[in-house]
Design a protein around this ligand. Structure first.
Ligand SMILES: *Cc1c(COP(=O)(O)O)cnc(C)c1O
Length: 473
C-alpha cells in the first residue's frame, strides 16, 4: 500500500462521526436509524475499497461523496423492492410483470378479509373444521361443467400432483408435438420425471393420430395426456387427435384422459372476437377426466393451479400427501373466489376481469384512449413530440400463440437522447414504466394502460424527459 493510500484510508470518516452531521441527523428523522447506519457503513466500505483498488492514482473520497452514496443506498433501501409498475408493453399477461392484474372485486376482498381473519378453514354454520378449497369448488364446477374441483398454487404444481397421484410408476402417453417447454423451467419430460411417471412419446412433431396413442398402450399405461401448445404453433401439414378422440380411446382401454389446458380459457374465444383457444368447459364436455389450468393467465386471477374433473379422481388428488405442499393461502383464495364470481356469465367477465377487458377492447376505444394520452403528454412534456400509431402485440402468458393482436400505441422519439436511454430512465422512475422500443422510438401500448393511470404515466414520462434535457445540455 502506498503512503497516499494509507493517508487516504486514515482520513475516511467513521460512522459515528457522520451520524452527527446535520444532514444525516435530518435523515434519521424520516428513516429508521438502522437503515441510516447501514447506508453510511456501505458508503464508507465502498470508499475504502475504491482507495485500496487504486494504488497509483488514489481517488479523492471526501465526506461529501460518501454522504451522496449513502443517500442513494438509503433511498433504495427505503423503497419496497417489489412495487407497482406501469405496463406499457401491451402484453396483457406479462410474466415479468406479474401476469394478470386483479379485478376490483379481488382487490376489495384482499383488503377486507386479507387484512384480518377469515373463515378459510372454519365452517361458519357448524363451527367445525372447514376445507379451504371449498370456497372456490362450486364456482369452478359451475363455470367448467366439471363434477369436482380443487386448487393448488400454480399449474405446474397441478400437473405434477395430478400425474403423481393418478399415474405414479406408470406410463403416460403424450404426442411428440406436445412435449412443450413453458417459461424455461416447465418442460413436459422433466415434469413427468418429477411426478414419478414414465413418459411414452408417440407420433411425430407435426402429426400424431389417435392410433399412435392406442398402439403405445401396454400393461404399464395409466393415461393419455394432452398438453396445450401454449406458446408456439405448429402450422402446415399437421394433425393431432381431438380431446374427444383422446377421451374416447382412453376410456375404451380403461385408461385416464388428462388435459393440461394451461391458459385456462373459459369462454369460446370466437364469441369474444379473439383467436381460437382451447377452453376448459370444452375439455370436460369432451370427456377428459382431469383438466389442469392456470389461475393467472386467461382466467385473470391470482397465481393458482386449478384442477377440475371426475369427483373420485379429484378426491385422490386431494388426499395425496403432496397436496399439503402445494396448499394455497388465504390471499390467493380471496382473490380467486372474487375472480371466479365474475365468470357468472360472459358479459360480466368481459366487463370486469381486466385480462378479458384488455384483450377484447375495441380498436375504436383504443384509438380514442391513445389520442387522449397523446394530448396529455404533448400538453405536459414540453419540447417532445408524441404521435398515435397502429401496431401489433401479443397476449403473452402462453396464450393465443403466434396470434398478433392489432393494437394502438403512442410513439415517442425523445428529442435529446436515445430511446434505449429513455426506456432505462422510465424503468427507474417512480412508478417505473416498462415500454417497448421500435425503430428508435418508445412505444406506449394503450391496451395495458388504463385511463385512470394516464396522469401517473405522464408524470413519469415528464420526469424522464426533464432529466434527459438537463443531462444533454
Ligand atoms: C402456463 C402453462 C403451464 C404452467 O403453468 P403455471 O401456472 O405457470 O405454473 C403448464 N402447462 C401449460 C400448457 C401452460 O400453458
Amino acid at each position: 500500500m502506498t503512503p497516499e493510500q494509507t493517508d487516504m484510508l486514515r482520513s475516511l470518516p467513521a460512522v459515528g462521526e457522520l451520524l452527527v452531521d446535520a444532514t444525516v441527523v435530518t435523515w434519521c428523522e424520516s428513516h429508521s436509524r438502522t437503515l441510516v447506519v447501514e447506508s453510511l457503513r456501505r458508503a464508507i466500505d465502498e470508499a475504502r475499497e475504491l482507495v485500496m483498488a487504486n494504488g497509483s492514482s488514489v481517488p479523492c473520497v471526501d465526506t461529501k461523496t460518501i454522504l451522496e452514496a449513502a443517500q442513494q443506498y438509503l433511498a433504495c433501501a427505503s423503497k419496497p423492492s417489489l412495487r407497482r409498475v406501469i405496463n406499457a408493453t401491451g402484453i396483457v399477461i406479462h410474466t415479468g410483470l406479474g401476469r394478470a392484474p386483479l379485478c376490483d372485486e379481488a382487490v376489495t376482498a384482499l383488503a377486507d378479509a386479507g387484512g384480518g381473519y377469515c373463515n378459510i378453514e372454519l365452517d361458519l354454520e357448524t363451527g367445525g373444521r372447514g376445507k379451504r378449497t371449498s370456497h372456490v369448488r362450486e364456482w369452478l364446477c359451475r363455470m367448467t361443467g366439471a363434477e369436482a374441483a380443487t386448487v393448488v398454487n400454480n399449474n405446474a404444481a397441478a400437473m405434477v400432483l395430478t400425474l403423481r397421484a393418478l399415474c405414479a410408476d406408470r406410463e403416460v402417453v403424450v404426442s411428440r408435438g406436445q412435449l412443450v417447454e413453458i417459461g424455461g423451467s416447465f418442460r413436459m419430460p422433466d415434469i413427468m420425471t418429477a411426478a414419478g411417471c414414465r413418459l411414452r412419446e408417440v407420433g411425430t412433431t407435426n402429426r400424431t393420430r389417435i392410433g399412435d396413442f392406442e398402439g403405445a398402450v401396454t400393461d404399464a399405461t395409466a393415461a393419455f395426456l394432452r398438453v396445450h401448445h401454449s406458446n408456439f404453433k405448429i402450422v402446415g401439414f399437421t394433425e393431432e387427435p381431438t380431446v374427444a378422440e383422446m377421451a374416447e380411446a382412453a376410456h375404451a382401454l380403461g385408461l385416464l384422459a388428462i388435459d393440461d389446458v394451461g391458459s385456462g380459457a373459459i369462454f369460446d374465444h370466437a364469441t369474444l372476437g379473439l383467436p381460437d383457444e382451447p377452453t376448459v368447459p370444452a375439455s370436460i364436455e369432451a370427456g377428459m377426466d382431469v383438466v389442469c389450468f392456470s389461475g393467472d393467465k386467461l382466467l385473470g386471477g391470482p397465481q393458482a393451479g386449478l384442477i377440475v374433473g371426475r369427483a373420485d379422481l379429484i378426491s385422490r388428488i386431494e388426499s395425496h400427501p403432496l397436496m399439503r405442499t402445494y396448499r394455497v393461502d388465504k390471499l390467493v383464495l380471496l382473490a380467486l373466489e372474487a375472480t371466479l364470481r365474475r365468470f357468472v356469465d360472459r358479459g360480466t367477465a368481459r366487463a370486469s376481469v381486466p385480462v378479458l377487458r384488455m384483450l377484447t377492447m375495441p380498436m375504436a376505444e383504443l384509438r380514442e384512449r391513445a389520442n387522449r394520452l397523446r394530448d396529455l403528454l404533448s400538453a405536459t412534456v414540453p419540447g417532445e413530440r408524441f404521435e398515435v400509431a397502429g401496431d401489433e402485440t401479443f397476449s403473452g402468458g402462453g396464450a393465443l400463440p403466434g396470434q398478433a393482436l392489432e393494437t394502438v400505441v403512442v410513439r415517442w422519439r425523445p428529442a435529446n437522447l436515445s430511446a434505449g436511454e429513455a426506456v432505462k430512465r422510465l424503468r427507474g422512475g417512480d412508478p417505473a414504466v416498462v415500454a417497448r422500443i421500435s425503430e428508435d422510438r418508445i412505444l406506449f401500448d394503450i391496451r395495458t394502460v388504463r385511463p385512470e393511470i394516464f396522469a401517473t404515466l405522464v408524470t413519469s414520462v415528464a420526469a424522464a424527459a426533464v432529466d434527459l434535457n438537463t443531462n444533454a445540455t
